[in-house]
Design a protein around this ligand. Structure first.
Ligand SMILES: Nc1ncnc2c1ncn2[C@@H]1O[C@H](COP(=O)(O)OP(=O)(O)O)[C@@H](O)[C@H]1O
Ligand SMILES: [Mg+2]
Length: 289
């Protein structure tokens, strides 16, 4: 049975309130995450994605509205937010913002060490987290963090968060700035974590990434939820997405262009693999009338 892990209602957030620079980043957002789900948060730059994500692990307390995380009401000033931050891991947009140590192994150990792990238990936890993201423990533990490539840095940051064994993993623009191979590697890691049952929240403006990962989507615009629903349903609305400053995944646009040319390819493919199947089915249909 699925369990409601995060429940956000009517959340508002203003940066620098009460000053001439006040800016409303969230303007009444409702958001839910159930166990086992991967939820995408999409929207153009400035839509409020990062601000929302930082509420989900207690980095911000709600100014207005409600945020419930794993049964804790984050409005309650007596609530210990450390437990929330441990259970809900947040990988920042720029991984260098969360690399604390000179050596990769120490960096991944940073969080679990603060939790009190030491000795062999700590070593095993670090090994487990590094293996999970494909940074082989023996190969990488003594590497200097600043010598890692962009993709490896992001994996090290991800391993550092996973080492806390969170129940929810939140990633802000996880593939931004990665080269194509590193991007595919990271997406593979995330799909593996999802398959293992970890609940994920992924903010991105890369609709292809979202198509490959998300079950359900929230589209933000100007701090409000402009559109939400199953990923397949939201991503097939090309016109609507373009009006919100986004676009459908390239595959959706390609198949639409083919249909406009009279190719009666069916289905609602979101990914290249799905499109390949749909096109093969269309070809088969033509060969055997
Ligand atoms: N630290 C901050 N101080 C002031 N304004 C901010 C700050 N962070 C974000 N904002 C503003 O809040 C709005 C939402 O930003 P953000 O949540 O970063 O959106 P996104 O992640 O979708 O690009 C934007 O208008 C942005 O300029
Ligand atoms: Mg952002």
């Amino acid at each position: 049975m699925s369990e409601l892990l995060i429940d956000v209602r009517g959340l508002r957030h203003t940066y620098m309130p009460g000053t001439p620079f006040a800016s409303i980043a969230l303007d009444g957002v409702d958001f839910r995450l159930e166990s086992g789900e991967t939820v995408g948060v999409v929207g153009s730059t400035g839509a409020g994605k990062s601000t929302l994500l930082q509420h989900l692990n207690g980095l911000y307390r709600p100014q207005e509205g409600e945020v419930h995380v794993l049964g804790r009401d984050l409005r309650d000033p007596g609530q210990d937010l450390r437990e929330v931050r441990r259970s809900v891991g947040l990988v920042f947009q720029r991984p260098e913002q969360q690399i604390f140590s000179q050596y990769v192994g120490d960096d991944v150990a940073y969080g679990p060490r603060l939790l009190g792990l030491a000795g062999e238990a700590l070593r095993e936890r670090v090994r487990w987290a590094m293996d999970l993201v494909g940074l082989g423990f023996l190969d990488y533990k003594d590497r200097l963090t600043w010598t890692l490539s962009g993709g490896e840095q992001r994996k090290a940051a991800l391993a550092g968060v996973l080492a806390l064994q969170p129940r929810v993993l939140i990633l802000d623009e996880p593939t931004a700035g990665l080269d194509p191979q590193a991007r595919l590697g990271l997406l593979d890691d995330l799909r593996r974590l999802r398959a293992e049952g970890l609940a994920l929240v992924v903010a991105s403006h890369n609709m292809e990434d979202i198509a490959l990962l998300a079950d359900r989507l929230y589209v933000l615009q100007g701090g409000r939820v402009a559109l939400e629903g199953p990923a397949r349903q939201v991503l097939s609305q090309g016109e609507r997405l373009r009006a919100l400053g986004l676009d459908a995944p390239p595959v959706v646009n390609l198949l639409q262009a083919l249909r406009d040319l009279g190719v009666s390819v069916g289905g609602d493919s979101l990914t290249l693999d799905e499109a390949e199947e749909a096109l093969a089915a269309w070809l088969d249909g033509r060969r055997s009338p």
